[in-house]
Structures are given as structure tokens and as C-alpha cells.
Design a protein around this ligand. Structure first.
Ligand code: GLC
Length: 418
């Protein structure tokens, strides 16, 4: 079971995903516009391939302040942050010797990945790098052209054997740079494997190289056949999984900054998602999509500010916890840490809530997490069980209106150790 895996990631619970690239200037989503859009991105429109790539020439995010992002992540209780070092459009956000198509040759010039890593590290946030296996810009991939539209998820133009060797050597070189030039990297997050076979990606060899360069790194499951954790996208698994897992999710419906996408989730929805994910033993990798100048859009910041306020009082019930009770024991999400059980109330209760199958004679206290207000409760078990020194029974907690949090109330059950 994943709850026994001894790895920081297994109980990290909250991370920041940053989808950012030169096309953020166009406010149009990352990479997919050049391929004409894709079913999963309702606000992504078609942009001519050349026009899309052109925006690399003007990328100059003067308001990029990774220290601010790092402080935000820290205040939110996030344990790690993952930046798109290279997305499907092939543009390297880092200083690469393997190609000219990078931030080095944009007006900004400075190594965005390096600045991100240094800032996150200074706040104690672990580092992850997103790296797309797909490269729609590299001539030997081969590059995606107007003639390849409409994009077909199942069918892709194939390179010659010689081209493919050249491309994979280049791809390996970039991965090597990322894992050599910036110190310890905690996660490498691949994407885009669907366009080629594991053999074509040289997945086994890539895996070996990564492990040799960064022995403690975690690899996601999008390096086909390998990987340390699974990555359900825009979806929470209905039950705990046997593997470590991470749901990646957007605040609206776009990964990269998209100025027309106003389908924002509410702060409450984000908090509830985080509770549900924690209750099933996973991590939430919440995406922020900075704009072309490097600022995070106000609609995201507003929502994150409410999440932050909630986390200030409730992080203890999320970060570093394990899944709590079984669904039959409590009709909601719950987590636990040692002898504390955290009940996440994602609905408003009618006077009381019930918890079943708990050691009722060992309950030390029940309280509202936010202000530590003790809550009244009663217990019961089957009559014949009352003579049992440690019976399992039902706990009924009175939840007054006054303790209801407008986002999610968290109630703690403290069980004695003996
Ligand atoms: C999809 C998309 C990509 C996005 C990723 C995040 O694979 O292709 O744009 O970066 O999901 O999980």
C-alpha cells in the first residue's frame, strides 16, 4: 500500500505546477495552438505554426519574480514546485548547448529554470522539472507543420532512422543538462509519450541515465514503462491507489495562460479537491499559468489567497497526513496523523455528524481544528459490547453553526495511545 512507502512525496500532498512559455505572451495556451488544438482544452484555438513560434523572439518577462512565486507556494503549504523546462513546442526555458531554440536567444536571455530553482530552493520547496518528450519544433522529430493539421492523437508523421537517432541524442543531451547543471532535482516530470513507442524513446536507457545522474530523483509515469508515481490528469481517483500518485489540475481549463478562459474553479472547489486528494493518499499538483510578463493573473491570486487563509488554520490536516477512515466510517473525506483523525466536512452538517467503527472508550477529545474549540459528543455501541474494555462503536459529534468554516470545517478526533 502506498501509505507505507517511505518517501517525502508519499505524504507531500500539495505542489505547484507552473506552465509557462513564450506563447504565454499570446495568452493562448502552451504548444497546443500550433497543433490546431486538442479535445481536452476547450479554450485553445488554432494558431499558424510559424506565428506561434515567432513569439519566442519577443519573450522578455521583465516581471518574472520567482521569489514571489516561491513565497506564495510556501504560504500555501506547498512542498514542491514543477516548472515546464520544455513543453511540446520545443522551446527550452533553460540555457541549453544542444539547440539555439531557448531562452538564451530571446530578449530575456537569463536562464528561467535556474532562477526558478534557486528561488524555490531558498524557501525550502522541492524542485521538479517538466520535460516534454514531444518536440514539435525540432527538424529531426520532425517538426510539426501546417500540413500535419488537424492533429491526430493516434497517428504521427515518423522520422527516418537517422533523424530519430539525432533527435533522441539531442533529447538525452537536454535531459542530461537539466540533471547536471542545477544541483539536486527532486522530480523529473515527463509528458507527451503517446507520440512514439517506449523503444523509440529509448525509455530504459533514459531511465538508467536519470537514475545515474540523480539517484534520489522521482520520475513520473509518463516515461512509459518506468516512473515512481502515477499522474491522473484533471481527475481524482475514486479510491486510494497502491502506488504513489498525484492529480495534476488546472484552476481554469487551460495549462498555459489563456486570456479567454474564465472558467475558474472557486477557492472552495480547490480546497475541497485538496481535501479529497489528501483523504485518498495522493498529492494535488495545482497549476498556475503565469502571463507573458511573468506575473500571475489576479483571478488566480485571489483564489489562492483564500486557499492560503484556509491552509493557515488547516494545513496540519493535509500536509504530511495519511488517508483517514474508510468511507463507511465517515461520509466524507478524512486524514490522520498518529493518534489524530481529521474529518473534513465538505458539506454543512445538520446539527451532528457521525463516525463509525472507532474505539469509543479511547476518545480523549474532539475539537474544531481552526480555533481548537472543544466539541460535545456522545458515543454508543451494541449493548453487549459495553462490557468490552475497548469496544468499537459510533461517535456522534455536535457541530454548532459557530464553528462552520465557509470553505471546509475540519474536526479532530484525538484518540489516546494506550
Ligand atoms: C497534457 C497536455 C499538456 C499538459 C499536461 C499536463 O499532456 O498535453 O499540455 O502540459 O497534460 O499534465
Amino acid at each position: 500500500m502506498s501509505e507505507n512507502i517511505d518517501n517525502w512525496f508519499n505524504t507531500a500532498r500539495f505542489g505547484m505546477f507552473v506552465h509557462w512559455g513564450h506563447s504565454s505572451q499570446l495568452g493562448c495556451e502552451l504548444s497546443w495552438p500550433l497543433a490546431g488544438g486538442v479535445f481536452s482544452l476547450p479554450f485553445c484555438n488554432n494558431i499558424k505554426v510559424d506565428e506561434y513560434h515567432q513569439s519566442a523572439k519577443t519573450f522578455n518577462p521583465q516581471k518574472y519574480n520567482p521569489q514571489e512565486w516561491a513565497r506564495l507556494a510556501k504560504r500555501l503549504g506547498m512542498q514542491y514546485a514543477i516548472l515546464t523546462a520544455k513543453h511540446h513546442d520545443g522551446f527550452a526555458m533553460f540555457d541549453t548547448q544542444a539547440s539555439d531554440f531557448s531562452i538564451r536567444n530571446s530578449p530575456y536571455q537569463k536562464d528561467i529554470v535556474k532562477e526558478f530553482i534557486e528561488a524555490m530552493r531558498s524557501e525550502g520547496i522541492r524542485i521538479g522539472l517538466y520535460f516534454s518528450l514531444i518536440d514539435w519544433h525540432h527538424p529531426d522529430y520532425p517538426a510539426f507543420t501546417e500540413a500535419d493539421k488537424p492533429y491526430n492523437l493516434l497517428k504521427h508523421r515518423q522520422p527516418t532512422t537517422e533523424q530519430w537517432h539525432k533527435f533522441t541524442d539531442f533529447m538525452f543531451a537536454q535531459v542530461r543538462e537539466l540533471l547536471t547543471n542545477y544541483g539536486k532535482i527532486d522530480i523529473i516530470w515527463f509528458d507527451g509519450s503517446w507520440e512514439r513507442t517506449p523503444q523509440q524513446w529509448r525509455a530504459a536507457e533514459l531511465n538508467d541515465m536519470i537514475r545515474a545522474l540523480q539517484p534520489d530523483i522521482l520520475i513520473n509515469d509518463r516515461l512509459p514503462g518506468f516512473g515512481d508515481f502515477t499522474t491522473p490528469e484533471q481527475f481524482i481517483p475514486p479510491q486510494p491507489l497502491d502506488t504513489m500518485w498525484e492529480t495534476c489540475m488546472t484552476i481554469n481549463e487551460s495549462w498555459g495562460y489563456n486570456s479567454v478562459d474564465t472558467n475558474f474553479k472557486s477557492s472552495r472547489q480547490i480546497i475541497h479537491t485538496l481535501s479529497e486528494v489528501a483523504g485518498r493518499g495522493g498529492n494535488l499538483l495545482l497549476n498556475v499559468a503565469p502571463m507573458g510578463d511573468g506575473q500571475i493573473q489576479p483571478e488566480f491570486l485571489e483564489r489562492l489567497a483564500a486557499v492560503e487563509t484556509w491552509m493557515q488554520a488547516h494545513a496540519e490536516s493535509i500536509i504530511g497526513t495519511k488517508p483517514g477512515l474508510e468511507p463507511w466510517q465517515f461520509y466524507g473525506s478524512s486524514t490522520r496523523r498518529e493518534n489524530l483523525i481529521y474529518l473534513h466536512l465538505l458539506w454543512k452538517p445538520y446539527e451532528t455528524i457521525s463516525v463509525r467503527g472507532v474505539p469509543i472508550k479511547k476518545i480523549k477529545s474532539v475539537y474544531n481544528l481552526k480555533d481548537k474549540t472543544p466539541l460535545e459528543y456522545t458515543t454508543r455501541c451494541a449493548i453487549m459490547e459495553s462490557f468490552n474494555p475497548n469496544p468499537m462503536g459510533e461517535l456522534t459529534i455536535i457541530v454548532p453553526e459557530s464553528v462552520i468554516d465557509s470553505y471546509a470545517t475540519v474536526i479532530v478526533i484525538h484518540i489516546t495511545e494506550d
